[in-house]
Design a protein around this ligand. Structure first.
Ligand SMILES: C[S@@+](CC[C@H](N)C(=O)[O-])C[C@H]1O[C@@H](n2cnc3c(N)ncnc32)[C@H](O)[C@@H]1O
Length: 325
């Protein structure tokens, strides 16, 4: 097995704020190489870890399998966390964590189709056994849909010319691997507008990956289910790498921590909506020292909230349906 080399981002910050202790049970929805899970286990907690990628799961099991009953790992999308917990007979957990996006080994393995440096298949699925690979979606998306995806999810200002060029190359049968895709994207952006410290196809690849894996939809489902997952007094933590991810997390936490009072309703004090969450600390970013060691940490933002009330209101934060497949 290839070594799984992923540098865990905001490890100490996330784990300290989750407050693990012996006897507590945590859900790690994005096991990856098991870096956060390991720190939770080291603090004596039990961890139920999920990852949709079988390769990540193998790596996490190899690293943490010796913990015996303290650690359980399941292949699943975190949007299905509630049903996995049901299957395991776990009613609620003391904390839940998601460290979003892809891991370094996923990006680096050309066969997974995430890499613009090597000519891998046009795939980009984190779970290669489910859903449609990029190549199937490219056949289905029209130029307008593609431009919307690249513009919204990649925050790419050249989304239109990029979409036009991708669409044309695909139609002409000139798009067979990720290296060709990266080249088509690079050619669609004027040289003088190429980012200085990034490959010009970075934003487009990010957008396509988010769309292929319905990453924002999965996150919306997950936060919507948190009331049915985390116990009162328990904490939920999310590390986002993209402003749209962070917006979903932030809006969910703020809507529950400061519920809106319906306008015009003559409510008495006792009828006022009560906060169901308490924000734990301010949003955290990686230290300069960490970003120097691991540039990927630069865009990470950690938010943590604690459940303080009984049933949370059913607030669903939509990812913005416009870009959906
Ligand atoms: C950034 S890595 C996590 C790294 C991990 N915290 C560590 O310290 O090693 C993200 C992982 O989450 C997984 N993942 C992303 N979205 C997921 C989802 N919706 N459900 C389950 N796993 C997901 C990816 O396959 C990847 O292995």
């Amino acid at each position: 097995m290839q070594p799984f080399e992923h540098r865990t981002v905001l490890r100490r910050e996330a784990v300290d704020l989750l407050a693990p202790a012996p006897g507590k049970v945590f859900l790690d929805g994005t096991l990856g190489g098991g870096g956060h899970a390991e720190a939770l286990l080291d603090a004596g907690a039990r961890v139920i870890g999920l990852d949709q990628d079988p390769a990540a799961l193998r790596a996490a099991r190899a690293r943490l399998g010796a913990r015996g009953e303290q650690f359980v790992a399941e292949q699943a999308n975190f949007r299905d966390a509630r049903s996995v917990l049901d299957r395991l007979g776990v009613r609620e957990v003391d904390g839940a964590l998601v460290d979003l996006g892809v891991s370094s080994p996923q990006l680096d393995d050309p066969e997974r189709g995430f890499s613009f440096r090597a000519g891998g298949p046009l795939d980009m699925r984190m779970d290669p056994t489910r859903g449609e690979p990029l190549v199937a979606l490219l056949a289905r998306w029209d130029e307008k849909a593609l431009a919307r995806i690249v513009g919204t999810l990649g925050e790419e200002r050249f989304a239109r010319p990029i979409a036009r060029a991708i669409h044309r190359a695909h139609r002409e049968g000139k798009l067979e691997n990720t290296a060709q895709l990266a080249e088509v994207v690079g050619r669609s952006i004027p040289r003088k507008a190429w980012p200085r410290d990034l490959h010009p196809a970075t934003r487009t690849f990010q957008a396509l990956r988010i769309a292929v894996n319905d990453e924002l939809g999965a996150l919306s489902d997950f936060v919507g289910d948190l009331p049915r997952i985390v116990a009162r007094g328990g904490r939920a933590a999310a590390i986002s790498f993209h402003s749209l991810e962070d917006r979903i997390v932030k809006r969910f936490m703020q809507a529950n921590a400061r519920p809106e009072v319906p306008r015009g309703l003559p409510l008495r004090e006792a009828e006022m909506p009560q906060p169901a969450l308490r924000l734990v600390a301010r949003a955290q970013r990686a230290s300069e020292q960490e970003t120097r060691r691991n540039p990927r940490a630069r865009s990470a933002i950690l938010r943590v909230a604690e459940r303080i009330a009984g049933p949370l209101p059913n607030i669903r934060i939509e990812p913005g349906a416009r870009w959906r497949n």
